[in-house]
Design a protein around this ligand. Structure first.
Ligand code: CU
Length: 147
């Protein structure tokens, strides 16, 4: 992967973050659709939590040349405590409760992941080698639906 365009990507990430704030402000507290943006190397979300039940993740890879992916993992573990394969430089997916996954999302692509989530603590992460430790992980909480 190239980091030649790093400055541009940082600028783009800031623009993306601003756009996400705007999206959050116009939605209800618990939108049924969560917009997830994959950038080098972080994960942005339009909401930090959702009610239990159907949750749609609208996932976009906003990078210019890096393939990413998105895993939704249910776990109470802190990020640093996730089982990790040092040789492969990735989280060990075996043994984790993976609720859903979008693999190989190419630059500029978007995809939708519809899941039925029970209450609990989750981590959204990209498990391409090196990406998790580079910062592509984001905590997400699913709350009891009390309506
Ligand atoms: Cu990635």
């Amino acid at each position: 992967m190239s980091i030649v365009a790093r400055g541009d990507l940082v600028t783009f990430a800031i623009i993306t973050a601003t756009a996400l704030i705007a999206v959050s402000a116009t939605n209800a507290a618990n939108p049924p659709t969560v917009h997830v943006s994959l950038v080098d190397f972080t994960i942005g979300v339009s909401a930090e939590h959702a009610d239990a039940g159907a949750v749609t993740f609208q996932v976009s890879n906003y990078t210019e040349e890096v393939v990413h992916e998105l895993l939704v993992v249910r776990t109470d573990l802190p990020l640093r405590a996730l089982p990790f394969n040092e040789q492969k430089n990735e989280v060990k997916e075996n043994g984790l409760e993976v609720s859903g996954k979008i693999e190989d999302l190419y630059p500029g692509e978007s995809s939708t992941l519809m899941l039925d989530l029970s209450p609990g603590s989750y981590i959204l992460l990209c498990n391409k080698p090196g990406h998790f430790r580079a910062g592509m992980a984001h905590r997400f909480v699913v709350m009891k639906n009390e309506h």
